[in-house]
Design a protein around this ligand. Structure first.
Ligand SMILES: [Zn+2]
Length: 98
């Protein structure tokens, strides 16, 4: 059943996925933060530096994916935020459990 915007009563709205975006961002930062454990030495070889950068990017992507999945779960379990495609207002749809 389509949800109606409480402001303009339009039926055109889209899920905002705010928790998914937040989870992805936090997961990316956490993943990169965990990967960048290489102590900064004055003369770090270029090959080791490139490897460390690639490793941190890969960890960041992994962390982002995990964070996005956690955020999606959070959105589904608790509340869904919607943005009206007609007037641009956002509103929260509370899940009813029965
Ligand atoms: Zn609206």
């Amino acid at each position: 059943m389509p949800l109606q915007c409480p402001y303009c009563l339009s039926l055109r709205n889209r899920r905002r996925n705010s928790a998914i975006q937040l989870g992805a961002a936090l997961g990316t930062v956490f993943g990169v933060g965990c990967a960048v454990r290489t102590p900064i030495v004055k003369s770090i070889p270029a090959e080791a530096l490139a490897k460390a950068v690639l490793e941190s990017l890969r960890a960041g992507m992994k962390g982002g994916l995990i964070g996005a999945q956690m955020g999606e779960h959070f959105d589904e379990q608790f509340q869904t935020s919607k943005r009206c495609l007609n007037c641009g207002q956002t509103f929260v749809v509370k899940q009813t459990s029965n």
